[in-house]
Design a protein around this ligand. Structure first.
Ligand SMILES: O=C(O)CCC(=O)C(=O)O
Ligand SMILES: [Fe+2]
Length: 347
């Protein structure tokens, strides 16, 4: 194993060109990628390069503020706002301390007056004061809306790749009220050390439908195609300027009965600062995720029990973030009642 923790070899990931005119040919390549690694690059995606540069610039500005300023927008009960260094620990069994990164969540802005704001993880966004980071809110809201549109376009390719109708994931109840979250990430200069359990981001798979990740040009992301291999083989995913790195979340793995992979990944920091922007596109809170009829049969029964998107996200956030407690929002009984309602609604 190399000093950086990689195993020194690498297979190139698929690079999907969104401008390619034959969508069925593109979907076939997406299928290959989803089955073999659960990761692919995305180019010609239509997101304005200047907008992306602005988001990185605003993110740098925010993270360079003094801690006391950042703590004014510390993450709230809906998981919006600032998460300090080491607050998150994605792989507690392997890590000796939290991830060497700080973050900032921007979700779908739902005003308190909207009844949906009563649901866990739903509510207004937090933003730093415009006097402190001018233009932050406008830039982030614009980028969030562009990435929501792009995620829907990618979900169409994924639907075709699963032999479903193109708009399957856009049907009412699935992603028409998505829990889409943009996260700004800043990794410190702390060099990762596998022996000591110090990681930029501990090994994990993402939780939802898809993640669209933009990174700066500093390497560090690694994937492990087979989490059960002994020893695990980690491959680097080099940064590609202007491209997104798309990866699949747990919910897609469950929908597809394990055919499409939600692959383990981590960040090994090289001793230099790094900035990245994952955009997590998650189904509606109440969406029931269960094996698609086209992905199971008598010989291939469903491998996972059904669950709702909201339940999965809440349990993951509780496992990985020190300060997260969604029960602050709903009383336990209300949460139970809400769950029962959810299950009833979506069957
Ligand atoms: O920073 C990166 O490159 C990856 C971050 C990541 O995997 C995540 O936030 O889920
Ligand atoms: Fe991730």
């Amino acid at each position: 194993m190399g000093v950086d923790g990689s195993n020194g070899w690498q297979q190139t990931l698929e690079c999907i060109d969104m401008a390619f005119p034959d969508k069925h040919a593109t979907a076939a390549r997406v299928r290959e990628a989803c089955v073999s690694s659960g990761f692919f690059y995305l180019v010609n995606h239509g997101v304005d390069a200047e907008l992306l540069d602005d988001v990185f610039a605003q993110s740098k500005k925010f993270f360079s503020l003094p801690l006391e300023e950042k703590e004014k927008v510390i993450h709230d009960k809906n998981h919006r706002g600032y998460t300090p260094f080491e607050e998150e620990i994605l792989d507690p069994e392997t890590q000796s301390k939290g991830d060497s990164k700080e973050g900032y969540y921007v979700g779908v802005h739902i005003p308190e007056s909207d009844p949906r704001s009563k649901k866990p993880l739903h509510g207004p966004n937090q933003y730093p004061s415009p006097d402190v980071v001018p233009g932050f809110q406008e830039t982030m809201d614009h980028y969030h809306s562009e990435l929501t549109k792009l995620s829907k376009r990618v979900s169409r390719l994924i639907a075709l790749a699963l032999n479903l109708e193109e708009t399957y994931f856009e049907k009412p109840g699935i992603t028409d009220d998505p829990m889409a979250a943009l996260r700004l990430l800043h990794y410190s200069e702390e060099k990762s050390n596998i022996e000591l359990g110090i990681y930029g981001t501990g090994a994990h798979s993402d939780y939802g439908l898809i993640t669209l990740l933009a990174t700066d040009e500093v390497p560090g992301l690694q994937i492990c195609r087979d989490k059960d291999a002994v020893p695990q083989v980690w491959e680097e995913v080099p940064p590609m300027k202007g491209a997104y790195i798309v990866n699949l979340g747990d919910m897609l793995e469950r929908w597809s009965n394990g055919l499409f992979r939600s692959t383990l990944h981590r960040v090994i920091s090289q001793g230099v600062e790094r900035y990245s922007l994952p955009f997590f596109f998650e189904p509606n809170y109440d969406c029931l995720v269960e094996c698609l009829p086209t992905c199971c049969s008598k010989d291939n029964p469903p491998k996972y029990p059904p669950m709702t998107s909201g339940e999965h996200l809440l349990s993951k956030y509780q496992q990985t973030h020190k300060g997260f407690d969604s029960k602050k929002k709903l009383g336990h009984q209300e949460l139970e009642a809400h769950r029962n309602q959810t299950t009833f609604d979506s069957t």
